[in-house]
Design a protein around this ligand. Structure first.
Ligand SMILES: [Zn+2]
Length: 344
């Protein structure tokens, strides 16, 4: 079957690259989307993999480029849509949103036909790209000052009575291959109507919070490798390709990430005193904010509740960030040796 996104078209067995036209700013700048289409030789479901919808979060971009360099559409039962950089304006400036109108596209879906440039771009992307996907793999990272390594997915309305989409998502979370995953209880970071719109379109979405920060130099190559490994695992889970799953290990710990340590309204040098997986009691000091010139302690940052530190949080100099660290309780531990990892 022909794979068609906007004006771009790929015939079965073909790889096509082009820019999906969107809206233009008032002076005519147009942040068109760079899109790779891989139309499988045989029919099947469609995976969308995207990077840098937040322009400074680029690990997915590198992993996606490595992935598409090896992907042969003639071997696929289904399709792949790959977008290495969704937010080109933010990418150029190393920023989360778009300076054209100050908006964060990841929060705008399903977009607006007649809004500002990012509203309109979100509309085109949602209609032309996201709606075509059965599964969406969305890469984020810690940008310059934070480090993260877990699969994020939306909280389930009723964990004892899962929808088909939620069941699928649970499998994708484990299939991706990291040893940790998390969901935020509703309202932790405000409501996210964009995720609801994507769910409403019947697209099973997982988000990767993966890499970034000063850890780039220590773990960057490993994270890029494991990010790419995860993309291949999702193709296997969808039966678009065959092959064994590869992962960090047999177990995937799923956290209910309900404890956020917020930064006080002063800036400074953040020093973390706790490590990933440390267990904290309410009131324990997680880290300190120091005056970067005198070393004076400006604030002790304490956890408001008991929890385990999940791999997410600020690493070093921290100016402006609002959340410093995330703690959670273990919701469940999935065992890859016995889990069904296939969504089709
Ligand atoms: Zn992000």
């Amino acid at each position: 079957m022909t794979l068609k996104v906007g004006q771009l078209e790929a015939q079965p067995g073909e790889h096509v690259f082009g820019y999906l036209k969107t809206a233009a700013s008032r002076s005519g700048l147009s942040p068109d989307f760079p899109i790779h289409l891989f139309a499988g030789a045989e029919p099947g479901p469609t995976m969308l993999v995207q990077g840098a919808i937040h322009g400074g979060e680029i690990i997915g971009s590198i992993a996606i480029l490595n992935f598409i360099g090896k992907l042969d559409p003639k071997t696929l039962r289904g399709n792949v849509i790959a977008v290495p950089v969704v937010n080109r304006v933010g990418f150029e400036l190393g920023e989360r949103g778009s300076r054209l109108d100050g908006k964060d596209m990841s929060r705008l879906f399903p977009g607006k036909k007649n809004g500002s440039v990012t509203d309109q771009a979100a509309y085109v992307y949602f209609e032309e790209v996201i709606r075509q996907a059965n599964v969406m793999v969305d890469f984020h990272a810690g940008a310059r000052t934070a480090y993260e390594r877990y699969v994020l997915f939306s909280a389930e309305a009723d964990p004892n009575n899962l929808t088909e989409l939620e069941k699928m998502r649970r499998k994708l979370v484990v299939a991706f291959g990291l040893d940790q995953a998390a969901f935020f209880p509703p309202g932790t970071f405000g409501n996210n109507s964009a995720k609801e719109a994507i769910d409403g379109a019947g697209v099973a979405q997982i988000t990767l919070e993966f890499g970034g920060g000063t850890g780039w130099f220590k773990n960057g190559a490993d994270n890029v490798r494991d990010a790419e490994r995860g993309i291949w695992n999702i193709l296997k889970s969808m039966r678009i390709i065959d092959g064994a799953f590869e992962a960090d290990g047999d177990l995937c710990t799923v956290y209910n990430a309900g404890v956020v340590i917020w930064k006080p309204d002063v800036d400074g040098l953040f020093v973390r005193l706790k490590a990933f997986r440390d267990e904290l009691k309410a009131g324990d000091v997680y880290g300190q904010l120091l005056d970067p010139y005198t070393g004076d302690v400006l604030a002790d940052m304490k956890t408001p509740k008991d929890g385990i530190v999940i791999p997410s949080g600020q690493e070093w100099p921290t100016v402006g960030a609002t959340s410093i660290g995330i703690l959670g309780t273990i919701d469940r531990v999935e065992d890859r040796r016995t889990a069904d990892l296939y969504v089709y």
